[in-house]
Design a protein around this ligand. Sequence first.
Ligand code: ATP
Length: 250
Amino acid sequence: MLEVRGLTIAARGRNLVRDLSFALPDRGITALIGPSGCGKTSVLRWLAGILGNGQGGLRARGRLLLDGAPAAAPHPALSYQPQGDALFPWLTIAQNAALGLTVAGLPRGKAMARAAALFAPFGLAGCETLFPAQVSGGMRQRAAFLRTIVQDSRFALLDEPFSALDAVTRLAMQDWLLARLRDRPRGVLLVTHDLHEATGLADRILVMAAGPGRIVADIPVPIPRDRRTEAAMAPLRQSLKSLLLKELPR
Ligand SMILES: Nc1ncnc2c1ncn2[C@@H]1O[C@H](COP(=O)(O)OP(=O)(O)OP(=O)(O)O)[C@@H](O)[C@H]1O
């Protein structure tokens, strides 16, 4: 279990996020939704240990606990997919995909082999030796997703991982993630703006409001995935929409 306790993030004396607490279980998908600018990315960046306390005028204080014990970010139990693709332009797609593993200390050959196994299911076969500028935005995002997933860490922090994908590829990647989690249960924190994605994938939905960023609802989604039809999920989507509209900054 990963826990965030009392996280406050401020910039130039203004609280962007205030006293935010939540727990992320070891298995299942927790979606984090909220209006643009409420602080979702900042929370993930803090969890990933890259918020840069003091840098860029941001200051954060809060506690991170792993299985009840204080932990410091960055932590090897957490992998992070930033918003956008965030690939290094001077590395090939294969080198980018293996980067998380090599940074974690796996020898380069082993890291490349482990990442290579996912190129075909991710629709990236044949792209291994290309550079990010030579592939589409959707391919770059899939490579960034691959880089995060292949680390197989206990917790994955995914910031809008499918936003640049066309509808069919997005569904394929979502299905792939669900299948992977069935085989290897992990804890996923998924930031998304897409209510269909949140209600289709999540076991639980955290709703943030802005000004300052805070959690205003924690909604379990107990409906089995094979029963999540459009009609079955419509009432939940409607109540999330109402909640988000109510919480929009004025
Ligand atoms: N270095 C910074 N200095 C001052 N304000 C910042 C800084 N970084 C982010 N912010 C502000 O913090 C707030 C939260 O930004 P953040 O990107 O975390 O929100 P978000 O909910 O992820 O937004 P989106 O859904 O649009 O990605 C925004 O109002 C943003 O302008």
